[in-house]
Write a protein that binds this ligand. Structure first.
Ligand code: KG4
Ligand code: ZN
Length: 337
């Protein structure tokens, strides 16, 4: 089977994105991040779906233009089927269905979490893991250790029992007075801080699962106590608080990675999802790989946070294993791997 020219659409949360791919070769990857949510301190579903509806046509046009392709040249339409916000997913899916029907080309519904992992196989990723490998997915909604047997066979061997890693960063950032989404801002602040200045307890969860809510609470209580003594505590110590909190989260993620590698006997670890853009995680994981003789795969920044290119890469592999969708496809707010 030759490589197909794919138009991919991602609208599961607050990024409206479209990409054009030839097989796994990304010809364009347009991403519009909705800034309307900042003032509310979190994604407002109703606003997100409206914004997707407003933007999607322009974003798709931009993706085609950048790729130098016309609608009639497309051979498949890929779209995020879930997990995500129902109204947001509906926008992308309805758009994709219309194109599939109008152009008479196949439709491929994609699992967003599977796509985050398969982003590693985009042609322009410098080094690619080989199957099987262990993957740590760390995003705003998910924290999972996944044993990746093949592009279409993935096994979750550990996941969070409460908050996701990205959520922990965002919530910590919020109490430290940073705007939403706070993860990237906290990362930036942390670069000027002392990661050893404060210590927070590493969560105690047996096995390969994760928990972040205790860590969040310990930060909250610590700030409350310190502010009783010094009302400017957060302001004065913000960079050190960011660095120390980030250090704790990353140390914890790495400990679970180590456990996962031991229990699966894997010697390759890949990371993906928004939090894989975190500079401390990238640094510590690279170091960890060198010290433990483990191959580490970190995606380029453009494939860390939500993007349609990864949806296209996933669709490429789904088509190779004959997994197509049809016009009865429905969005899935929950969609296990
Ligand atoms: O994968 P993603 O774009 O969307 C979801 O599918 O959730 O992940 C977004 C999450 C947010 O929680 C955001 O704060 C976090 O990734 N994030 C970061 C960084 N960049 C994005 N967290 C920590 N450090 C970063 N540099
Ligand atoms: Zn995502």
């Amino acid at each position: 089977m030759g490589e197909k020219l794919i138009l991919a659409i991602e609208s599961s949360c607050d990024e409206t994105s479209a990409a054009v791919l030839l097989g796994t070769r990304v010809l364009s990857n347009e991403v519009v991040t909705q800034l309307q949510h900042t003032q509310y301190g979190g994604v407002v579903p109703e606003i997100a779906s409206r914004a997707h509806q407003t933007m999607i046509t322009a974003v798709v046009h931009a993706a085609l233009k950048t790729a130098g392709k016309e609608l009639h040249e497309l051979e498949a339409i890929a779209v995020t089927q879930g997990p995500g916000l129902m109204g947001s997913l509906l926008v992308g899916i309805s758009f994709a269905k219309s194109l599939s029907l109008g152009l008479d080309i196949p439709l491929v519904g994609v699992n967003h979490m599977q796509a985050h992992i398969l982003a590693h196989l985009a042609e322009d990723c410098e080094s690619k893991p080989t199957f099987p490998f262990l993957n740590l997915t760390v995003s705003g909604g998910h924290t999972q250790l996944v044993l990746v047997h093949s592009p279409v066979q993935m096994e979750v061997i550990g996941e969070t029992i409460d908050d996701a890693a990205g959520e922990a960063f965002d919530k910590a950032a919020k109490v430290l007075g940073l705007d939403y989404p706070g993860g990237p801002l906290l990362d930036k602040m942390a670069q000027h801080g002392d990661a050893k200045k404060f210590t927070f307890p590493i969560p105690k969860v047996e096995g390969l699962n994760f928990s972040f809510s205790g860590l969040k609470t310990s930060l909250l209580y610590f700030l409350r106590d310190q502010q009783k003594v010094n009302s400017n505590f957060i302001e004065e110590e913000r960079v050190n608080l960011c660095a120390s909190f980030q250090h704790t989260v990353v140390t914890y993620l790495l400990r679970q990675v180590q456990r996962g590698l031991t229990s699966t006997q894997m010697n390759q670890i890949a990371i993906c999802g928004g939090v894989s853009a975190n500079s401390e995680l990238r640094k510590q994981l690279t170091e960890f790989g060198k010290q433990n003789d483990v191959e580490v795969f970190i995606p380029p920044f453009k494939y860390c946070t939500d993007n349609a290119a990864m949806i296209g890469v996933a669709a490429h592999f789904l088509m190779h294993s004959d997994q197509y969708s049809n016009l009865n496809m429905v969005p899935l707010s929950r969609y296990p791997l």
